[in-house]
Write a protein that binds this ligand. Structure first.
Ligand SMILES: Nc1ncnc2c1ncn2[C@@H]1O[C@H](COP(=O)(O)OP(=O)(O)O)[C@@H](O)[C@H]1O
Ligand SMILES: [Mg+2]
Length: 286
C-alpha cells in the first residue's frame, strides 16, 4: 500500500473506532443543544467581523438564511466567502458580532467538533473520501459517525441503515458503483460521494464551497439537481463562481447574496443582482 492509501486506511480505522473527526464525544453526559428552527431561521449573522493582521476579511457582515433555504453566495476572490464558512464551522473565531444557528444557539460559544455534531456539515473543495475503500464502505463509515446511529464499521448494519445507504446511493447517482473503490471514481463522482457522506450525518445546515470546480458540464447539472432536491429538508449555503450552475440553483425566485470586501454588496433574485451596477463593476463585468 502506498503511503497515502495507508494513511487513509488508518484514518478510516480511527473513524470506525469513533475517534475520527466525524464522530466526537464531548464530555460524557454533557448534551449539546438541539437547534431550534421553529422561527424559520437556520442561520443568523449580525455585524460579524474577522481581521487577519489588521485586514478585515469580514467587515460587520449581516446575513440570514431561512430554514430549508438554498442560498447561493457569489463574489470576487478575496471577498470573504471561505472565511464566512470558516466562522460558521468554528474553524476561525470572529472578533465581533453575532452568529446564531437556529434561533437559540450562539455558535461562537462552541468548538469546531461541537458545531459539526450539532448539525452543520461542510464540504471542502477537494474531495476527502477514503480512496482504498468502496463507495459503500465510505457511506457505512459516515453513517457510523452519525450522532444518532451509534453503529460501528463492519458491524452488521440494521435494516434501517441499509435503507438509508440505498437511498443515499440513489441520491448521489452511485448505486451502480457501490462496490467500486472510491479511488477509481471520476472527480465528480468523488465529490458526490463526499456529499453523500455528509448527508449520512443528517446535517441541518450544509455549507458547500465551490462544489462543482473541476466537474464536467453534465456532472455540474446533476449536482444542481441534487442540491435542489435537498432544499427543504436541509438548509444549504453554496459558494460558487460557475454562473450557469448558480443560475440553475437560484432559478427565478431564490435569493443570491453577493459578497465583496467582507460585506454584503447586494442581495436579491439573480436577475436583480446581475443588473446591479456595483455588482457588475466588482464581479460580473470582469
Ligand atoms: N488564515 C488567514 N490568514 C490571513 N489572511 C487570510 C486568512 N484567511 C483568509 N485570509 C484573507 O482574507 C480575505 C478573504 O479570503 P477568503 O475568505 O478566502 O475569500 P474568498 O473565499 O471569497 O475568495 C483574503 O484577502 C485572504 O487573503
Ligand atoms: Mg474561497
Amino acid at each position: 500500500m502506498e503511503a497515502g492509501a495507508r494513511a487513509s486506511a488508518a484514518h478510516a480505522q480511527r473513524l470506525a473506532e469513533g475517534g475520527g473527526r466525524r464522530r466526537v464525544t464531548i464530555g460524557r453526559g454533557l448534551a449539546l443543544p438541539e437547534p431550534d428552527f421553529a422561527h424559520g431561521v437556520a442561520l443568523y449573522l449580525e455585524d460579524l467581523s474577522v481581521s487577519f493582521d489588521g485586514f478585515k476579511a469580514l467587515d460587520a457582515l449581516s446575513l440570514t438564511i431561512d430554514a430549508g433555504e438554498l442560498r447561493c453566495v457569489i463574489g470576487p476572490n478575496g471577498a470573504g466567502k471561505t472565511t464566512l464558512m470558516d466562522c460558521i464551522t468554528g474553524k476561525t473565531r470572529p472578533d465581533a458580532g453575532k452568529l446564531f444557528f437556529g434561533s437559540t444557539i450562539e455558535l461562537r460559544r462552541f468548538s469546531e467538533p461541537e458545531i459539526a455534531q450539532m448539525g452543520i456539515g461542510r464540504k471542502f473543495q477537494k474531495p476527502t473520501v477514503f480512496e482504498p475503500l468502496t463507495v459503500l464502505q465510505n457511506l457505512e463509515l459516515a453513517l457510523a459517525g452519525d450522532r444518532r446511529a451509534r453503529a460501528s464499521l463492519f458491524a452488521r448494519l440494521s435494516g434501517e441503515q441499509l435503507d438509508r445507504i440505498d437511498e443515499l446511493l440513489a441520491l448521489i447517482h452511485l448505486r451502480e458503483h457501490a462496490h467500486r473503490a472510491a479511488g477509481q471514481l471520476s472527480h465528480g463522482q468523488k465529490q458526490w460521494l463526499e456529499i453523500g457522506m455528509l448527508l449520512a450525518q443528517n446535517p441541518r445546515l450544509l455549507l458547500l464551497d465551490e462544489p462543482v470546480a473541476g466537474m464536467t458540464d453534465e456532472e455540474t447539472e446533476r449536482t444542481a439537481e441534487l442540491f435542489l432536491s435537498l432544499q427543504g429538508r436541509h438548509s444549504l449555503v453554496v459558494v460558487e463562481h460557475d454562473m450557469a450552475f448558480v443560475a440553475q440553483l437560484a432559478g427565478a425566485h431564490r435569493t443570491v447574496t453577493v459578497l465583496h470586501e467582507g460585506r454584503v454588496l447586494a442581495e436579491g433574485r439573480l436577475a436583480e443582482v446581475q443588473a446591479d451596477p456595483q455588482v457588475v463593476e466588482v464581479y460580473l463585468g470582469r
